[in-house]
Design a binder for this molecule. Sequence first.
Ligand SMILES: Nc1ncnc2c1ncn2[C@@H]1O[C@H](COP(=O)(O)OP(=O)(O)OP(=O)(O)O)[C@@H](O)[C@H]1O
Ligand SMILES: [Mg+2]
Length: 286
Amino acid sequence: MSRMAILIAETEGFYSNYFAHGYNIAGKDKIMGRIIAIANQKGGVGKTTTAINLSACLVEKGKKVLTIDMDPQGNTTSGFGLEKTELKKTVYELMLGECTIRESMVQTEIDNLLLIPSNVNLAGAEIELLDMDDKEYILKNEVDYIKEDFEFIIIDCPPSLNMLTINAMTTADTILVPIQCEYYALEGLSQLIHTINLVQTRLNPNLQMEGVVFTMYDARTNLSLQVVEDVKNNLNTNIYKTIIPRNIRLAEAPSHGLPINLYDAKSAGAESYRLLANEVIEREEK
Ligand SMILES: Nc1ncnc2c1ncn2[C@@H]1O[C@H](COP(=O)(O)OP(=O)(O)OP(=O)(O)O)[C@@H](O)[C@H]1O
Ligand SMILES: [Mg+2]
């Protein structure tokens, strides 16, 4: 079968699957969606928590969302309740051309939310990608096939500025940078901005800053407030009005395999990610 024939066959499988789920999308209803990569090479700042919960809250607002886990740690994958070791097709197989993008997508427990999962195999991909042509564009070339099926594609990046992150940045329309409200928050930020600028000039001229979102804000400390003020004074970029508080329910939810709006719908964490989703949608409408 030719590549085209395979694609058509898969597309039909994909859409019949969609209709089986009661979704109202068809090939002719193309959506001009937005692809947001969540990046910060600093570890533990809330990238994954934001990827999972922003995705789920966008779906709660009626949007069709694909989440892509680009981190070998696979925390987004397990956070949606998938068993990482049981996955046959992941972003690793996708990046190496061993499956198509539609084959790599799994339906999460949530209607209208699909996931391209990841596990530790992806850690080896970096080296395997080095010899490939267009290695910076492997994800982008695949996402191009399906991007019109979703209103938002959210990509969770690993905590480094490696080839996986570069692939996320060439695929993305915008970069959302979570900043943890703690003392070293600004450390590494200039390097991140520099990388984003490099990608913009050399690889993806359409790339824009989505903005900064503050995470793990603790209203009881002056430090949190100080970090917010520092970033506002030093960074010339969009800053989301919504600030994500430190909230224990957000930390608990992944161990139950649920996003916060399903784990504890009334928690401060759920409320804050709903507000963030609203703001992200409003920015789209502007
Ligand atoms: N707002 C919050 N309130 C409480 N705990 C949080 C919050 N956001 C994240 N956490 C917890 O902090 C830890 C780090 O968060 P997360 O995994 O989202 O960061 P990350 O940037 O994706 O990390 P990595 O760089 O390792 O990928 C996790 O244990 C998470 O549950
Ligand atoms: Mg993470």
